[in-house]
Design a protein around this ligand. Structure first.
Ligand code: 26Q
Length: 824
């Protein structure tokens, strides 16, 4: 199947070399004599890009010709990472490129390293969107992604004196993976007012007039599928001053500055990604971003539909739109506006079409992350949309009233408008009311939204509207690309690389569990990955770590609910315990490296304190001669997708230790296990399903359950709350100044001791520490550990994003793959 579906590739390394040289000498206008690694990266990318373009065009033509239903994935974040390695592997020509580059005097690994990550996302939600694009293309689904082309992605993190410092991430200098479509533009309106007119039949129409215009320009990014010619499109919108905005009148009359200012104001819309993860902040610019992107995307989708000359009733048979969280919820209102105000449909007919078109994915139950916008801001920026929201709410509440005539309070509870001071639009409620399906991202999470935040809506719409689609990850990037040796070993045992297309085939390696040579190689690969990470740690932090130590990794956004503070408290506890032992006793302990990485939102003070404490603990522990190799504490700067690809394959154990019920799914948990690492974790998110798949002997679970969280919190506030005694010793050490100025960490301690310990750090601390002892003991028995590792990988098939996308396609989108004929 592989060769049959191979795209028009380079036949051999010589052809690849020719193409590269041609690009160096013509496209880049350089001589091969001064072709450095950066130029080699550019030329190699351009050569691969040329191969992609042909299949990309064919795929679009095939989809247009087939006229079948398409899915549009609307996400404000696409955390793509690097493209070249992925393109080489998905097209299947990495070996050819490697040989060609070698002839020219380069190592393919060094060339890949030249690429700047495309970091248009914060964390899990953005990376999920990127994995979905890979699966949609690999499975031949007719699908488009729509997003914003931020000039600055997520900031680069520097650690200076133990503190996080944010540096802008300007990434567009040279990006061979995007194609500007200056002919594909949409004018987007803001502000203004609404006039109503009546025709002869007494029908009123609303006209949104005045205000200001901004132009949306399309930039397209090809998305290659794995081992298929299908190449889908990711369309990112960039903002520009609308024609006429750069006012020549002003320009000539000497108001040069103000005319440039107008232009800059327009370009500000797509300038920067908001760096908050799981926290909503009601800023006008964010709402402008949302509408700008949603309006441009819908205009594009509707324009494409209209070319088919079908009747509007058929719109949901041709178009499925998935909302990645509530960020694109205005799409619901915008489609209703297009259908009623511009296309002249009746309200009910339009609303039917809207509801059948949209699906909404929820990614959080954290109250501070649920999006709400002040009614006043909405009125100012999008006056017509606010009217439509009020109408949607009116008809919805009327329906609720008919169904629950004796329940006044339910109307207040479910109203899309929160009657607070100021009044707010509740975006999640609007998304539910305007969609035909609502899904959570792991079983526990999907159950929780049904019984807590969306309980009333289950009563109103019935349980079938709410469903679960457990997240998944693409095995192409997260196994084949990140861990080529492991992928190779698995293919040698399963007979082919077919497991990359059907991950359940991994189960075949369980048959090799007693194969000595296989086990040895398995262990060697993990060790080699740890050696590589140890080198990286040495070169970036100066700290020498022993690759034979147990590598314990927690890499993810820094957030109190993810409990990095509990991890570092645990590390301090380990340090104090080691210090109290005699030198002879110490020698018997299992050496450990605690590795942290992740960004704090710039305004999240507590998260920044956590980073500071981790770095200060490292500074003390790593230089303590009593400790040596027994404990090292590392904070890796600027965690991102490409660093994840190096760090994840090097972990022995990773931490997924959120307060039960707070982490919707987690996806790095899946990546770590797929790479042969074990997990220490709470009964939260996808950890629960991972346990079910791999078996509870292969995971280290601890801590309170989601069902007990409410009572525990209540007790903290109203009962007697005393901090765990081991944890109290940790606090004592911090307060004594063992890790620097104690005042710097007073907030972290008082959150647990004095302010109700909302995230239950104290409640879970004892079982956390005990479970880490189990981890140490288990790791001593390397044979047993390797068995757990192999068994776990063998049973991870379920967590492919291919499975996940197939579930969306069947249960929510009602779309089918478009078969690709082979060329011979
Ligand atoms: C909202 C309003 C204003 C500014 C920013 C935001 C915003 C931005 C990003 C709110 C939330 C996010 C990101 C959320 C996120 O990454 N959630 C994660 O989604 C993953 C994929 O489903 C899950 O695995 C994680 O559990 C969940 O935390």
């Amino acid at each position: 199947a592989w060769t049959k579906h191979q795209v028009n590739g380079f036949k051999n390394k010589d052809e690849f070399e020719n193409e590269m040289v041609r690009h160096v000498e013509t496209t880049l206008a350089r001589s091969m004599f001064n072709c450095d690694e950066s130029a080699a990266y550019s030329a190699a990318s351009l050569a691969f890009r040329d191969r992609l373009i042909l299949e990309w065009n064919r795929t679009q033509q095939r989809q247009t010709f087939a006229d079948s239903k398409r899915v549009y994935y609307l996400s404000l974040e696409f955390l793509m990472g690097r493209a070249l390695d992925n393109a080489m592997l998905n097209i299947g020509l990495k070996d050819v490129a490697k040989a060609g580059l070698s002839d020219l005097g380069f190592r393919v690994e060094d060339i890949i390293e030249q690429e700047h990550d495309a970091a248009l996302g914060n964390g899990g939600l953005g990376r999920l969107a990127a994995c979905f694009l890979d699966s949609l293309a690999s499975l031949n689904y007719p699908a488009w992604g729509y997003g914003l082309r931020y000039r600055y992605g997520i900031f680069k993190q520097e650690i200076i004196d133990g503190y996080q410092v944010e540096v802008p991430d300007y990434w567009l200098d040279f990006n061979p993976w995007e194609f500007p479509r200056h002919d594909v533009t949409v004018d987007i309106q803001f502000y203004g007012n609404v006039r109503k007119s009546q025709d002869d039949n007494g029908r009123t129409t609303a006209h949104w007039e005045g205000g200001e215009m901004v132009k949306a320009v399309a930039y397209d990014v090809p998305i290659p599928g794995y081992a298929t010619p299908s190449t889908n499109n990711l369309r990112l919108w960039s903002s520009k001053a609308a024609s006429g905005e750069f006012d020549f009148q002003k320009f000539n009359s000497g108001e040069y500055e103000s005319s440039v200012a107008d232009q800059q104001r327009a370009e500000t819309i797509s300038a920067v990604l908001y760096p908050n993860d799981n926290l909503e902040r009601g800023k006008e610019l964010r709402l402008k971003q949302q509408y700008f992107w949603v309006a441009a995307s819908l205009y594009d989708i509707v324009r494409r539909f209209k070319k088919t000359k079908r009747s509007w009733r058929e719109f949901p048979d041709q178009v499925a739109i998935q909302l990645n969280d509530t960020h694109p919820t205005l799409a619901i209102v915008e489609l209703q506006r297009i259908l009623c105000d511009l296309e002249g449909l009746d309200w009910d007919e339009a609303w039917n079409i809207v509801q059948q078109t949209f699906g909404y994915t929820n990614h959080t139950v954290l109250p501070e992350a649920l999006e709400k916008w002040p009614v006043g801001l909405m009125q100012h920026l999008l006056p017509r949309h606010l009217q439509i929201i009020y109408d949607i709410n009116l008809y919805f509440l009327q329906k609720v009233e008919r169904a629950f005539p004796n329940d006044r309070d339910i109307l207040r509870r479910v109203s899309i408008i929160e009657e607070s001071q100021p009044k707010m639009v509740r975006m999640a409620y609007l998304a539910i009311v305007g969609s035909h399906k609502v899904n959570g991202v792991a079983e526990l999470h999907s159950d929780l939204i049904k019984t807590t935040i969306f309980k009333d809506f289950v009563e109103i719409f019935g349980p079938d509207k709410f469903t679960n689609v457990t997240n998944g990850i693409t095995p192409r990037r997260w196994l084949h690309q990140a861990n080529p040796r492991l992928s190779e070993l698995i293919s040698s045992k399963t007979g082919s690389f077919d497991f990359l297309k059907d991950l359940t085939l991994l189960n075949k390696i369980e048959l090799c569990i007693n194969d000595k040579a296989f086990r040895k190689e398995w262990a060697e690969i993990k060790y080699a990955n740890k050696v590589r990470l140890a080198k990286y740690i040495k070169s970036t932090t100066g700290v020498v770590v022993n690759p034979s130590s147990l590598f314990d990794v927690q890499v993810k956004r820094i957030h109190e609910y993810k409990r990095q503070q509990m991890n570092i408290f645990g590390v301090i506890h380990r340090y104090l315990t080691l210090k109290a032992l005699s030198p002879a006793e110490r020698k018997k302990q299992m050496p450990r490296v605690s590795i942290f990485g992740g960004k704090a939102a710039p305004g999240y003070w507590m998260a920044k304190q956590i980073i500071h404490l981790i770095n200060n603990v490292g500074a003390v522990v790593n230089n303590d001669p009593d400790i040596g190799d027994l404990l090292k504490v590392i904070f890796l700067e600027d965690y991102n997708v490409s660093k994840a690809e190096m760090i994840i394959p090097a972990s022995d154990i990773s931490e997924h230790i959120s307060t039960a019920g707070t982490e919707a799914s987690g996806t790095s948990n899946m990546k770590f296990v797929l790479n042969g690492g074990l997990i220490i974790g709470t009964c939260d998110g996808a950890n629960i399903e991972i346990t079910r798949e791999i078996g509870e002997n292969n995971i280290f679970l601890f801590g309170n359950l989601a069902e007990d969280v409410e009572d525990l919190r209540h007790n903290h506030t109203y009962g007697s709350h005393s901090v765990d005694s081991d944890l109290a010793k940790v606090f004592e050490a911090i307060e004594k100044g063992t890790f620097g100025e104690p005042h710097d960490f007073a907030g972290m301690i008082s959150a647990v001791r004095d302010h109700g310990d909302y995230y239950l750090v104290s409640d879970d601390f004892h079982s956390y520490i005990e479970t880490h002892h189990l981890v140490d003991e288990s790791y001593r028995n390397q044979d047993e550990w390797i068995t757990k590792s192999i068994t776990s990988v063998a049973r991870m098939g379920f967590f492919s994003s291919d499975r996940c996308i197939n579930e969306y396609a069947e249960g929510i989108w009602n779309i089918e793959p478009l078969p690709v004929e082979s060329k011979d």
